[in-house]
Design a protein around this ligand. Structure first.
Ligand SMILES: *[C@@H]1O[C@H](CO)[C@@H](O)[C@H](O)[C@H]1NC(C)=O
Ligand SMILES: *[C@@H]1O[C@H](CO)[C@@H](O)[C@H](O)[C@H]1NC(C)=O
Ligand SMILES: *[C@@H]1O[C@H](CO)[C@@H](O)[C@H](O)[C@H]1NC(C)=O
Ligand SMILES: *[C@@H]1O[C@H](CO)[C@@H](O)[C@H](O)[C@H]1NC(C)=O
Ligand SMILES: *[C@@H]1O[C@H](CO)[C@@H](O)[C@H](O)[C@H]1NC(C)=O
Ligand SMILES: *[C@@H]1O[C@H](CO)[C@@H](O)[C@H](O)[C@H]1NC(C)=O
Ligand SMILES: *[C@@H]1O[C@H](CO)[C@@H](O)[C@H](O)[C@H]1NC(C)=O
Ligand SMILES: *[C@@H]1O[C@H](CO)[C@@H](O)[C@H](O)[C@H]1NC(C)=O
Ligand SMILES: *[C@@H]1O[C@H](CO)[C@@H](O)[C@H](O)[C@H]1NC(C)=O
Ligand SMILES: *[C@@H]1O[C@H](CO)[C@@H](O)[C@H](O)[C@H]1NC(C)=O
Length: 851
């Protein structure tokens, strides 16, 4: 065995390994921060193709009044991939810290390794201690087990400071704290999204982006263990051997590596690597029985704690799309029903996809089970699949944080190590290092991903230039199926139809980019919304938007015709609305005024569209930007709501949106939403109430040129309404044609819509009924006017949020809800609705809040 090597050679080897490692996978995610620390050691250790740098060489700022570098007796730990790291530890007799300067804020993996051994006077197996950052306690009263098994802990923390300080606090009487190895690595920002579906009670959780998470389980279902060198973010994925409950017939499936449809996917290789999505366990339902078995996994977790559970799916078993339809459960709660992976992949197979679910309180027994069962809908395709699973604990610990700040001005490279005793360098370890360096295998070549990677990468305190080459050719994919889901439109077609995106063809500009009028070869017209390449809307949001919008088909919603993602373009194609916005017909243009009846019909149409958004799906979809400029009119002046979903995509886009919303949509904003930042479908009702006022008064919602008390339409008009004098301020061009009974009802409806608190406002369904009633009053005359529709209609059970399944649709009992199914423009709506419940995933991405 090799005993020693000159330092220079070791360094050279480490360098070449590092550059080589990054050279072969330059297109993969490159973490801005990548600290790998071998604690209590004076030498670097190569593990899983990475080099853990000795803490004595100062990659992080160690602040400790009394620390000891300790080495385990040789072979105390062995048989692990990362055994090297457990050979040494840094022992702290008093509160101490490692501080890491961060290049990037946001999510980081913090990984800690512990292995308790005896060293000189210390018995680490009795050490009880706390580990905390500035914001969260990672471990409280932690004791490493005295068996010979090392402990590995992983956390995902959104670090919002430019320094992360890990403080170790001994709690025992005279016993120390210790740590063997530390990793602090940036992860992609979109790995954890802010809003997550809660399984019980059903709802939406906002704020996941700031939640600290602790990985409890990470499973490569149906596949082999995946070690950090095979994972894009150096994660470990265990097998499902110890969690799978062998009670049903299942089959393992494997897909040839490198052939997954990542380019078409909603999940990236950073979400889970090829080796996770490419293996699965499939449920086999016996042909000759009527039983519907579940495939079950069971985990030991902390009782009564909150967990974020991520299911990774990829249909690698079906021979053709739309063959796999199944249900997903956590404990006894349904996560998604009738999940159709082909639908998520826009008709393609082998498309990686994941779903998040939040379990607010785990079972008191401390067991958490995950189940996959066949869908009740399709008896012929009884099946189910799961590829990967992650269980992450929220609210890690309630203890109070302790911080030992580094001395002011401390520099990591100076190696500020106070009172540390350099550990004994075992020649054996050097030998192992060398062995590892030579055994280092090449990383598998990865297909290009969409993240750019040309940057300076700090690697273990040294910097290497990694030149990222990004392949931009994204071949057009034929989705493999005909029919409803093939929405992709070739770029050249759009280029021709818009005259090479001629500025003359621009009909609108938004945060997303410009909207062009397109004239197809057959003379038909389309509206083409071309994503600004500089806009912050990412590909994933673009895709989820396609999914959401393609599922929303309704006579009173502007339909998505298709999309184009060639050449990294993000283009959405909508039906063209000949007559433009409702706003342009009300004021500020020289268009002829719309009649009162026409205005009512337009309001009714828009209310229908919004009502469908709110109630047509398992979860309500909140438009968030209801205004007269977002209500479009077709050639027959039929109203359609547009721009739904766009306001709720990713957080970055959201930021720009919020500021434009305050400018552009000021005057429509729900005051309650303003104050409490809590969005409900009643916020749309408020905005719609303002639109109703705009329609009857024909003036801008905010007009700064007017006297002070008249500037804000909603405030001003509601005063008149409360005095019963709304007739004084209505559009003079139609005033003579408005029947007083109709106006009274209309005014009351507006007033209720603009109620201070959401709970006092009617639902969109109620508004719709009332507007229809207004229209009847207008047409039928005064003899109906003594029926108080508002009170009657408020009693209708239109508040319950319904779960629409295809079964319910096919037997739809029209009297049960005010949904007008006849309004759905195509039968496509039905096929889309079959999956309404499974759609929560993209809703999660596009919705920022659900009551
Ligand atoms: C460090 O801690 C050990 C154990 O608590 C103690 O014996 C030793 O005296 C301390 N050394 C210093 C310099 O404080
Ligand atoms: C730490 O845990 C041990 C048992 O593991 C317990 O006896 C002790 O009281 C705990 N200490 C604190 C401070 O909670
Ligand atoms: C981290 O938290 C901040 C708010 O403190 C938030 O703006 C940011 O989006 C979060 N980052 C990620 C990656 O979630
Ligand atoms: C992990 O990578 C090694 C080579 O580094 C390879 O031999 C092995 O098959 C990979 N395992 C998986 C599950 O991809
Ligand atoms: C499940 O049980 C069956 C029969 O009891 C056995 O043949 C099979 O090997 C088991 N599978 C696993 C993964 O343990
Ligand atoms: C069910 O029948 C089909 C052919 O009809 C066969 O391919 C499949 O393997 C059978 N499944 C089971 C679980 O026996
Ligand atoms: C289903 O078929 C299997 C084998 O083909 C047989 O063992 C089993 O009894 C059958 N079950 C029923 C309910 O017929
Ligand atoms: C599958 O699990 C769900 C949730 O616990 C349960 O409702 C359903 O009855 C189970 N199916 C079978 C056949 O056990
Ligand atoms: C059920 O599955 C079969 C194929 O297994 C498919 O032909 C049929 O359309 C499906 N039915 C429904 C309602 O999805
Ligand atoms: C977890 O923390 C959130 C806030 O971060 C809090 O609302 C929730 O009640 C906590 N849950 C538990 C189980 O402590």
């Amino acid at each position: 065995m090799e005993l020693t090597r000159p330092l220079a050679l070791r360094l050279l080897l480490a360098l070449s390994v590092a550059t080589w490692g990054f050279g072969t996978c330059r297109a993969a995610f490159t973490p801005a921060d990548n600290y790998l620390i071998n604690c209590g050691s004076t030498i670097n250790a190569a593990v899983d193709g990475r080099v853990f740098v000795a803490d004595s060489s100062g990659p992080a700022i160690l602040t400790s009044p009394n620390s000891t570098a300790a080495t385990a007796s040789p072979n105390a730990v062995s048989g692990f991939d990362d055994a090297m790291l457990y050979q040494t530890a840094r022992i702290f007799a008093s509160p101490s810290s490692y501080a890491f300067r961060l290049k990037s804020r946001g999510r980081h993996f913090v990984r800690l390794r512990f292995f308790a051994f005896k060293y000189q006077g210390y018995d680490l197996t009795t050490a009880a201690f706390k580990v905390s950052t500035q914001d969260v306690v990672l471990l409280d009263n932690f004791t490493a087990p005295s068996t010979s098994s090392p402990v590995f802990k992983e956390y995902s923390l959104n670090v919002t400071k430019d320094m992360l300080i890990l403080t170790f606090v001994p709690l025992g009487n005279g016993t120390p704290a210790f740590v063997n190895a530390i990793e602090v690595i940036s992860v992609p920002d979109d790995l954890i999204t802010d809003s997550v579906q809660i399984v019980d009670p059903v709802g939406q959780y906002l704020g996941m982006s700031v939640q600290p998470l602790q990985t409890f389980f990470r499973i490569n279902v149906g596949g082999p263990k995946v070690t950090p060198d095979n994972d894009t973010l150096w994660r470990t994925w265990d097998t499902d051997q110890s969690s799978f409950v062998n009670s049903t017939a299942t089959e393992l499936a494997t897909f040839p590596p490198g052939n997954l449809n990542f380019q078409n996917g909603l999940a990236t290789e950073e979400d889970a690597p090829d080796s996770v999505y490419g293996t699965a366990r499939q449920l086999l339902v016996p042909n000759n029985t009527s039983s519907m078995p579940n495939m079950t996994w069971e985990f030991d977790v902390d009782a009564r704690s909150s967990y974020l559970i991520r299911f990774h799916f990829c249909d690698i078993v079906s021979k053709a799309p739309y063959q796999l339809l199944f249900d997903v459960y956590v404990d006894s709660w349904s996560v998604v029903k009738d999940l159709d992976l082909s639908d998520k992949g826009l008709g393609s197979l082998a498309v990686p996809y994941y779903i998040d679910a939040l379990l607010p309180s785990s079972d008191p027994s401390g067991k958490l089970s995950v189940k996959i069962g066949p869908s009740a809908i399709n008896i012929t395709a009884r099946d189910g699949i799961l590829n990967g699973l992650e269980i992450m604990k929220m609210n890690i610990s309630t203890g109070s944080v302790v911080v030992v700040p580094p001395p002011a001005g401390a520099k990591s490279h100076l190696g500020v190590i106070l009172g540390s005793v350099l550990g004994v360098v075992a020649a054996v370890i050097i030998g192992i290092v060398i062995c590892f360096l030579f055994r280092r295998k090449k990383k598998p070549q990865r297909p290009p991903t969409r993240r750019t990677s040309s940057s300076w990468t700090p690697l273990n305190g040294l910097s290497f230039l990694t030149t990222g080459s990004r392949t931009t050719t994204r071949t057009t994919l034929t989705s493999g199926t005909s029919g409803d889901t093939s929405y992709r439109i070739p770029f050249v077609v759009l280029q021709d139809a818009t005259n090479h995106f001629d500025e003359q063809m621009v009909i609108g500009v938004g945060g997303f980019g410009k909207v062009y009028k397109a004239v197809m070869q057959d003379g038909s017209k389309l509206a083409v919304k071309r994503g600004n390449q500089k806009s912050h809307q990412g590909l994933r949001e673009f895709r989820t938007e396609i999914e959401l919008l393609s599922g929303l088909r309704h006579r009173h919603l502007v339909s998505l015709i298709g999309y184009c993602d060639e050449h990294n373009e993000m283009i959405l194609v909508y039906e063209y609305m000949e007559k433009g916005t409702l706003k342009s017909h009300l004021y500020g243009s020289d268009m002829p005024p719309l009649s009162w009846k026409k205005r009512l019909e337009i309001c009714i149409g828009a209310a229908r569209g919004l009502h469908y958004l709110h109630t047509g799906f398992a979860k309500s979809i909140i438009h968030r930007d209801v205004k007269s400029a977002n209500i479009l009119l077709d050639e027959n002046l039929l109203a359609k709501v547009s721009d739904f979903g766009l306001s709720k995509v990713g957080p970055e886009f959201d930021q720009t949106h919020v500021s434009t919303a305050v400018k552009g949509s000021f005057g429509y904003l729900d005051p309650e939403y303003f104050r409490r930042q809590k969005l409900t479908d009643k916020s749309d009702v408020y905005s719609f109430g303002v639109v109703l006022l705009e329609v009857i008064c024909a003036r801008p919602v905010i007009d700064p040129t007017l006297p002070r008390d008249m500037i804000n339409l909603a405030e001003w008009a509601i005063k008149w309404q409360k005095r019963g004098e709304l007739d004084q301020i209505i559009d003079q061009r139609i005033a003579g044609t408005v029947r007083p009974e109709a106006l009274r009802k209309f005014g009351e409806t507006v007033e209720k819509c603009l109620a201070e608190y959401g709970v006092e406002r009617p639902t969109m369904g109620d508004v719709l009924w009332n507007l229809e009633f207004v229209l009847q009053l207008q047409e039928a005359g005064p003899d109906m006017s003594n029926i108080d529709s508002m009170n009657q209609i408020s009693e209708l059970p239109s508040n319950d949020r319904r779960v629409v399944s295809s079964l319910e649709l096919s037997t739809a009992d029209a009297s049960r809800t005010p949904i007008d199914y006849s309004d759905m423009s195509t039968s496509n709506a039905f096929s889309q609705l079959v999956n309404a419940e499974g759609r929560h995933h993209q809703e999660r991405a596009t919705k920022n809040g659900i009551a």
